[in-house]
Design a protein around this ligand. Structure first.
Ligand code: PMP
Length: 360
């Protein structure tokens, strides 16, 4: 075996590897571990992918002008204040590379998305995990935790994996109270909330708010890696300087442009998810498994303790149902369950019921 004696930058080996939801490529498994859309992308996006496939010998657009224009038209935003990334993950990395570093602090919430800590550590900044209140973001705790060294505050709203969210006036209060930092509103699941703009209006109005979005969730395009962000012009300019010229693939750009224009698809997926989420939550509650009211395409099921959650996970796996353990998010007694198709939700509810019945 060949081993290098060249050490990575300080702190890199402290980063815990991101463990993606299990089940990728498993034959005959029902994958409910990564908050994907069981309905897939809208048909127009698939057609766009096939059309774009004829030109994969060409590099993609480097300025993403067509996608930014489409997103701008659909959401009523200035395309010059939009940046596209290889998933919103990449934009999170751009933000930490640009604004965090040794001597600075990056705040995120107790049960927040794991990439915030990883991106902060990768940039050499100090990750600061701030307590939540009953699995809900606590604005006062964040304001209290901020210091002159705070440069970024990441809040997923709705949050993954809790599914809870807070109101925009509260986010505005935070942004105003901590002007030395950029508040990043991660709106990956915003399309699941009817009438919620994900923080776009706030990012349009305040100098220190950025909103990030993704095509991986309701648009069903996780495999193509497309995300975007909206914010003050100067921040977008900074992020563009870090961006590789061809960071989003031609297939991803074409698919995302078609997908964002299909508002009926979004509404249909949102309504279907809400209906199935309510019935799954009810089925779980009926067998003694509570969950918080979720605003996203998953449910955080709570068990008596870690051992019970792990035993339930094993029982589900034995039936080919793959959900997500969330001990890494500080929730070892919980399992996160993505809302799948109607049949998948029914199978999941029945399997949890069988598991709980077996414990009585
Ligand atoms: N933010 C949150 C809150 C997420 O749950 C995810 C996906 N797990 C992402 C960002 C990243 O999404 P993507 O990189 O696929 O756009």
């Amino acid at each position: 075996m060949i081993e290098t004696s060249i050490a990575p930058q300080p702190g890199i080996m402290d980063i815990a590897l991101y463990q993606a939801g299990a089940g990728h490529g498993l034959a005959n498994a029902v994958k409910l571990s990564a908050n994907e859309n069981p309905l897939g992308p809208p048909p127009a996006a698939v057609e766009a992918i096939l059309r774009a496939a004829g030109e994969v010998n060409r590099y993609p657009s480097s300025d993403h002008a067509d996608l930014r224009r489409a997103v701008g038209e659909v959401h009523g935003l200035d395309p010059d204040r939009i940046i596209c990334g290889a998933g919103s993950d990449e934009i999170i990395s751009f933000l930490t590379q640009a604004y965090a570093g040794p001597g600075t602090e990056v705040l995120f919430t107790e049960h927040g998305f794991l990439m915030y800590r990883i991106a902060a550590q990768a940039a050499g900044a100090k990750p600061v995990c701030v307590p939540e209140h009953d699995r809900v973001t606590d604005i006062d705790a964040l304001i209290a935790a901020a210091t002159p060294a705070t440069r970024l505050i990441f809040i997923a709203n709705p949050n993954n994996p809790t599914g809870t969210m807070i109101g925009l006036p509260q986010l505005e209060r935070l942004a105003r109270a901590v002007p030395q930092a950029i508040l990043v509103i991660d709106a990956a699941y915003s399309e699941y909330v009817e009438g919620y703009d994900g923080g776009a209006e706030l990012a349009g109005r305040l100098p220190n708010v950025v909103m990030t979005r993704t095509f991986s969730k309701i648009y069903g395009l996780g495999g193509l890696r497309v995300g975007w962000a909206y914010g003050p012009r100067d921040i977008i300019d900074v992020l563009n300087r870090l961006r590789g010229p061809f960071n989003v693939s031609s297939l991803g750009l074409a698919a995302a442009e078609a997908a964002v224009r299909d508002r009926d698809w979004v509404a249909r997926c949102r309504d279907e998810t809400a209906r199935l989420r309510a019935s799954l939550a009810e089925a779980l509650a009926a067998v003694g498994v509570p969950s918080d009211s979720s605003c996203a395409n998953f449910i955080l099921a709570r068990f008596a303790d870690r051992a019970t959650a792990e035993a339930c996970d094993a029982a589900l796996q034995a039936e080919g149902l793959i959900v997500r353990q969330v001990a890494g998010y500080g929730l070892p007694h919980c399992l996160r369950m993505t809302i799948g198709s109607e049949a998948e939700c029914r199978a999941l509810g029945e399997a949890v019921a069988r598991f709980m019945a077996g414990r009585r």
